[in-house]
Design a protein. Structure first.
Ligand code: 5GP
Length: 178
């Protein structure tokens, strides 16, 4: 285990097993549809890469980057597009792939923005959800795991751009960010 990690919440095996299930569920639900999977950078990149390998229907991928916390651990509520999608999403069946939904502010902003571009359908798949903090009441169609209200890193999730490469989801020691 990395020296800055207090405990492992979700190990590699458990992650991969759940991602396989999510992929199977998504494959079934989107059969015959025009699936476009949108990865929200950078946090969702590892999840997205594993998820699409477990989806066995034809799909396209695109990437988007929005601002998150900067180097702090609390949501500012301010969302900024850093990188927009490359192609038009009109009439597509969109699946947004997120790393974690905390307050839901980032996601609800993103959903409104994408809906306004004339999508056929829009669903969300988030690896993690912190249910205690969901203030904006966004509906998440596919959830990997619910996690407690602690700051987690690993498997794409960062603190100050670090720890994304850890193959598990862990809780950061408080002394690292306090
Ligand atoms: P929200 O707008 O839902 O409050 O926050 C969403 C974004 O905040 C996520 O996409 C992620 O970048 C960041 N975030 C929220 N909670 C955590 C956490 O526990 N760990 C990390 N690394 N990022 C988080």
């Amino acid at each position: 285990m990395h020296k800055d990690i207090k405990k492992i919440l979700i190990d590699q095996d458990v992650l991969q097993r759940r991602i396989k299930e999510l992929g199977q569920e998504i494959s079934k639900d989107y059969k015959g549809k025009d699936l476009l999977v949108i990865c929200v950078l950078k946090g969702a990149v590892l999840f997205m890469a594993d998820l699409v390998q477990n989806i066995d229907i034809s799909l396209e991928m695109d990437f988007m980057a929005v601002s998150s916390y900067g180097d702090a651990t609390q949501s500012s509520g301010v969302v900024r597009i850093i990188k927009d999608l490359d192609a038009s999403i009109e009439n597509k069946d969109l699946l947004i792939v997120e790393d974690i939904v905390d307050s839901g502010l980032t996601l609800s902003y993103l959903m409104e923005l994408l809906k306004a571009r004339g999508v056929k359908s829009l669903k969300v798949c988030s690896l993690l959800e912190k249910p205690e903090n969901l203030v904006s009441k966004v509906n998440i169609d596919y959830v990997g795991f619910q996690v407690p209200d602690e700051f987690v890193v690993g498997y794409g999730l960062d603190y100050a751009q670090k720890y994304r490469n850890l193959p598990y989801i862990g809780v950061l020691k408080e002394e690292v960010y306090k």
